[in-house]
Design a protein around this ligand. Structure first.
Ligand SMILES: Nc1ncnc2c1ncn2[C@@H]1O[C@H](COP(=O)(O)OP(=O)(O)OP(=O)(O)O)[C@@H](O)[C@H]1O
Ligand code: SF4
Ligand SMILES: [Mg+2]
Length: 441
């Protein structure tokens, strides 16, 4: 489609403007980087969960990229939660902010240009208890004295024996705390990443290091996150994990390099790495996109099986509605950096409300319908640097009304589990929907 003159003008930035943007960006970036590096007191990032049944709560999260062309509001006020023990699917078309949301949770947004600007990511974590000097407190083996009291057990050199945890690492005193990941300093975040939350990326070949064996890479993660673990235990754990993810010859694969494995096996290795420290939450960002259909089904089965075994939760990011329908308990639909609809999988698949969600469903190929051309949502996502004030979907929406040119619609709670940001279902001001019949019809 040919761009008209006014469109061109809208996207054009003069050299002077670009310099001014760069100057402002570097000021903002310095401020955010300083905040990340400073030694924050725990009180500054300890918080409370809104709902005790959740493991993660995103609350009005804003993550921006400060580019010379302007600020890309990649995540622009995202609010949703992951209930403990459930799978939450995050869907939306390319560029809508799914990966940036998950990278914000891991605190892996590409800095310095990418920064969490505001909002909260509350996470229920088991944190190390610290003594007055900030050191972790080990748990010691005990025995009973003649009066039946617990006393520390001593080794042959008279030293207290440190207790080992189920993974074979040093056992430390822990406390359950709710932390706001968005406000945590970088060093505190390192104790959560990998141990409490782990991530499976889309393309295993780019995530695995080609010059190290699979065993090296698994062992490294084990040594890093399971302190005090012996060399033999770490190897045994790596092989146990390879077995758990269904690799037939775990000892053989342990010695191989990534290029010697198939795509499906590499993705299994990535899942084994993610599982190594028994995380509470696994973030899987398009875990099956690079795989063929049969391997895709195997990997999804594996994820489902593993979720049961570790009793954890999964945040599954995908643009494939079929994958979400098969896996997710809850679904979050994102569009242009915002959540536009969320609900249980049945809510979203059987009763989609937002015209964008309806469009996504229509554009999915089905076997029982013969058609010459697949449905395609007309138009494009607005320029992320210059987002409008009104509903971001307005220019593509076939049900657009006059009201839709007003301010961005708020959420309408259509049922206790189903929320949508669209004027079709009420005033969009977080009130109970007035158009309930219409919504469910
Ligand atoms: N490092 C970066 N620098 C600048 N902009 C970025 C960067 N990473 C992501 N973005 C922008 O942030 C927005 C959201 O990107 P994101 O990767 O989260 O999309 P996505 O929903 O994961 O898409 P996909 O389905 O293609 O993976 C996009 O507009 C993208 O251009
Ligand atoms: S608010 Fe209006 S423009 Fe936006 S999706 Fe709903 S009907 Fe369409
Ligand atoms: Mg992505």
């Amino acid at each position: 489609m040919a761009e008209n003159k006014s469109d061109k003008k809208q996207h054009y930035i003069s050299h002077k403007e670009s310099r001014q943007i760069a100057k402002e960006n570097s000021k903002a970036i310095r401020r955010f980087e300083r905040a990340k590096k400073r030694k924050a007191r725990p009180e500054e990032y300890l918080t409370e969960m809104k709902d005790e049944n959740n493991i993660v709560e995103f609350d009005d999260l804003h993550t921006y990229f400060f580019s010379d062309a302007g600020t890309v509001k990649a995540v622009n006020g995202v609010t949703f939660s992951v209930p403990a023990g459930s799978t939450v699917g995050v869907v939306g078309e390319s560029g809508c902010g799914k990966s940036v949301t998950s990278l914000s949770l891991m605190r892996l947004v590409q800095a310095p240009s990418g920064q969490i600007v505001s909002g909260s990511i509350r996470f229920r974590a088991d944190m190390f208890k610290r003594d007055s000097r900030g050191r972790k407190i080990p748990v010691y083996e005990t025995e009973k004295d003649e009066n039946g009291n617990d006393i520390p057990k001593l080794d042959e050199h008279g030293k207290k024996i440190v207790k080992k945890n189920e993974l074979g690492g040093t056992m430390y005193e822990m406390e359950r705390q709710v932390v706001d990941i968005a406000k945590m300093p970088t060093d505190a975040m390192r104790t959560i990443r990998g141990r409490e939350i782990s991530m499976i990326f889309q393309e295993p070949m780019t995530s695995l290091n080609p010059v190290f064996t699979i065993g090296n890479q698994l062992d490294e993660v084990g040594r890093l996150h399971i302190q005090g673990i012996s060399k033999e235990r770490v190897k045994a754990r790596s092989i146990e994990m390879l077995k758990l993810v269904g690799i037939a010859d775990p000892e053989g694969v342990y010695k191989k390099y990534p290029h010697e494995l198939s795509g499906g096996m590499r993705q299994r290795v990535m899942i084994a790495i993610a599982l190594l420290c028994n995380p509470k939450l696994i973030v899987a960002d398009e875990p099956t996109t690079a795989l063929d259909v049969t391997i895709q089904a195997q990997i999804l089965d594996l994820l489902r099986e593993i979720k049961g075994k570790i009793n954890g939760s999964i945040m599954l990011i995908t643009h494939d509605l079929g994958v979400v329908a098969e896996m997710a308990d809850y679904v979050v639909v994102m569009y242009a950096g915002k959540v536009i609809e969320m609900g249980t999988a049945e809510d979203i698949f059987d009763r989609p409300l937002h015209p964008y969600t309806i469009g996504l469903q229509k554009s999915k190929p089905t076997v029982d319908q013969v058609t010459d051309e697949l449905y395609c949502i007309p138009g494009f996502v607005p320029n992320p640097i210059n987002m409008p004030d009104y509903c971001y979907f307005r220019d593509r929406c076939d049900r657009c009304m006059q009201k839709c040119s007003g301010e961005y619609p708020g959420y309408v709670q259509v049922t206790p589990t189903h929320k949508v940001a669209c004027y079709l279902y009420g005033n969009g001001d977080d009130r109970e929907a007035e158009g309930k019949e219409e919504a469910n019809g």
